[in-house]
Design a protein around this ligand. Structure first.
Ligand code: DXP
Length: 269
């Protein structure tokens, strides 16, 4: 990255998912927009290169008479990440991933989410582990939505999941990162990318996730339900970049007391 014509900062290592290199660390969803046009414009403004779609709720060709999302979000330009939103059992999630693979011509990269209950949409980790095991054995590359429990996150990695996606807060809540300490522990222990998924409400939440060392952030509601989704998508793009730069720069240690900005030694009077 160039700061002025003379100063060059070292290049960051890129985000690599399933062997593919991405320059954007922002992943976006496609739900809750006013229409497909707004969806397309917001995704464009976000700079995202990976776009997740809920297979059970989105027409990817299942219904030839309805508008197809893939006409707006072209698989030639974006990596389509089918997700299992709306699945409450491992069985349903596995079936949904297999349907996605059929609809997308053998596409194996999926985002697994198995939900526990409607009120919190919190992940059901028992069912998530069961689904992950079956899908890994069936050749899927799994990015997995999970709780922010560091031990379960590690377990999913050991099972062969290619990215760990702990929630920042409940889906659609916009509450921001609720447990920074756990997210940090998950990042420290992981050897695969860790991306916060769900709960981001505004740009500063995304920046915090990146400052914690996450490899990326996936979000939907914060952009789609902003008053100006396209502008918010752009804000999120900048927030992710800014948080990543701050993480790489390394923040100053926090102190309990003040220290003067100008040294007192050698004052003129
Ligand atoms: C889009 C997606 O895959 C979900 O996991 C979720 O919708 C993201 O959460 P937010 O809507 O809270 O960003």
């Amino acid at each position: 990255m160039t700061v002025t014509s003379d100063i060059k900062l070292p290049e960051d290592k890129p985000l690599v998912i399933d062997g593919r290199v991405y320059s954007s660390r922002l992943l976006v969803g496609t739900g809750k927009y006013r229409d497909l046009m707004e969806t397309g414009h917001a995704i464009e403004a976000s700079g995202a290169e990976i776009v997740t779609v809920a297979v059970r709720r989105t027409n990817l060709g299942q219904n030839p008479d309805e508008p197809n999302l893939l006409d707006v979000i072209s698989p030639e330009r974006y990596t389509i990440l089918p997700n299992t939103a709306g699945c409450y059992t491992a069985k349903d999630a596995v079936r949904t991933c297999r349907l996605a693979r059929e609809l997308l011509d053998g596409h194996n990269l999926v985002k697994l989410e198995v939900l526990g209950e409607e009120k919190t949409l919190y992940p059901n980790m028992t069912e998530t582990l069961a689904a992950a095991e079956e899908l890994v054995n069936d050749g899927f590359k799994i990015m997995v939505y999970c709780s922010d429990d560091p031990l379960l996150a590690k377990r999913l990695e050991e099972m062969g999941c290619i990215a760990i996606m702990p929630l920042g807060a409940p889906i659609g809540s916009g509450l921001g990162i609720q447990n920074r300490y756990n997210i940090r522990l998950i990042v420290e222990n992981a050897t695969v990318p860790v991306l916060v998924d769900a709960g981001v409400g505004t740009a500063s939440d995304a920046t915090i996730a990146m400052e914690l060392g996450c490899d990326g952030v996936l979000m939907n509601t914060a952009i789609a339900q902003a008053q100006d989704p396209i502008r918010m998508a752009h804000a999120m793009r900048l927030a992710i970049e800014s948080g990543r730069e701050a993480y790489l720069a390394g923040r100053m240690p926090k102190k309990r007391y003040a220290s003067a900005s100008s040294p007192l030694d050698g004052t003129f009077f």
